[in-house]
Design a protein around this ligand. Sequence first.
Ligand SMILES: [Zn+2]
Length: 122
Amino acid sequence: MSRERHSNSYVSERMRKVQIDTLAVFSDPTCHRFGCLVLQSSELRMRRLEDLLSHLVLIGEGELQSIMSDHGLEKAEGDDMICHGPTVGTVASTQYFPKYRLLRIAKGSPCSAQYQNVEFLP
Ligand SMILES: [Zn+2]
């Protein structure tokens, strides 16, 4: 079974070639992430996502929303949070269930979002 996932950076080798360098840092001194690696949050969230997925064999809507609502190991604002809190804020999320021709979309953080179903006709 294929589990497509991403954390706002490219996953495939082909697309990674056009992505910003992995050692790039924020250079604007007024940015709260000045000096931090640009892809740091994305890579930490991807590791967290892969760890959470590795514990599940089957994933339904509930499990998927739980993973997307994850607030990281420290349960505090941090780079490994899949669901970002008030500082950065996750503005929307989507879930795809191709086998059932179903797309679920929600505005706002996954931990408090109300998903709406969009079904596709066969
Ligand atoms: Zn949240």
